[in-house]
Design a protein around this ligand. Structure first.
Ligand SMILES: [Fe+2]
Length: 268
């Protein structure tokens, strides 16, 4: 969630729908058409399977209720329409209740390539496919529960876990193939190419304490990605005492950033 937004979420109608303008539906179509080809062979199988399950429309912004009926049946999750800005209490409360916050606005054309605040394209195209996967869904749910109960200080550490998994996570499987599962990457053409092919970023093996100690910035291509072996690894993590790792990370302190730290937005 961004600290300030130039966008305002659109209200839900009485039947739960949103009145999108033709221009807003055209922006979705343009974003979808551009990105759907980019992610083939780069996104992980769980994500691509999830897209098929969701059967997202390409010609306009999907109806959330239609998505929700699929998500509820698969994993008990659903999308929740939220304002462009929500606080951490609300963010974690929603996740803890298997509700994924979706700000109901879509970027304007001048922000086509880059937008700091997460819009509905980012939330639905980037995140919802993974929420059809039971193990990923369980990890996200457990994360929400922990975050909701955590102190303000601990939430800052937990935000890094979300950032390097749900938002910017990569998989390096046992065949040494690289795949993307992070929604922040998969909703961005530039970062999809960069995360997958560039030699600039470091791709480190996932280590929970290292992740919790790694500063990040939201306004640059990521200099560091953490690679899990499989989505199952996140499920295993969700069954562990993550707050013990937070304690350890706090004691060890943050790594030296590879850039001037500027953690304005923690999670979305
Ligand atoms: Fe996100």
């Amino acid at each position: 969630m961004a600290k300030s937004s130039q966008y305002v979420s659109k209200p839900l109608e009485a039947d739960g729908s949103i009145l999108w303008t033709p221009e807003e539906n055209d922006v979705w179509h343009a974003l979808y058409s551009r990105q759907i080809g980019n992610i083939q062979h780069k996104a992980c199988d769980e994500y691509l399977d999830g897209l098929k399950i969701l059967n997202l429309r390409s010609d306009g912004i999907p109806h959330m209720e239609e998505l929700n009926s699929v998500l509820r049946e698969r994993t008990g999750w659903e999308c929740a329409a939220v304002p462009a800005l929500i606080d951490f209490d609300e963010f974690f409360r929603l996740l803890a209740n298997r509700k994924f916050p979706v700000a109901t606005f879509i970027r304007r054309r001048e922000d086509f390539d880059y937008l700091q605040e997460p819009d509905i394209f980012h939330e639905i195209f980037g995140h919802c496919a993974m929420l059809t996967h039971p193990e990923f869904a369980e990890f996200t749910h457990r994360y929400g529960q922990l975050g909701y109960e955590a102190s303000k200080e601990d939430r800052v550490f937990l935000a890094r876990l979300y950032w390097f998994t749900v938002e910017f996570g990569l998989i390096r499987n046992t065949d040494n193939e690289l795949k993307i599962y992070g929604g922040g990457i998969l909703s961005s053409p530039g970062e999809t190419e960069y995360a997958f092919n560039s030699e600039v970023p470091e791709r480190r093996e996932f280590n929970i304490v290292d992740v919790l100690r790694t500063p990040y910035r939201i306004d640059i291509m990521q200099p560091i990605y953490y690679c899990i072996e499989s989505i199952h690894q996140l499920f295993e993590l969700s069954q562990m005492d993550i707050m013990q790792y937070v304690k350890k990370a706090k004691a060890l302190g943050l790594f030296e950033p590879k850039f001037p730290p500027k953690e304005k937005r923690l999670v979305s």
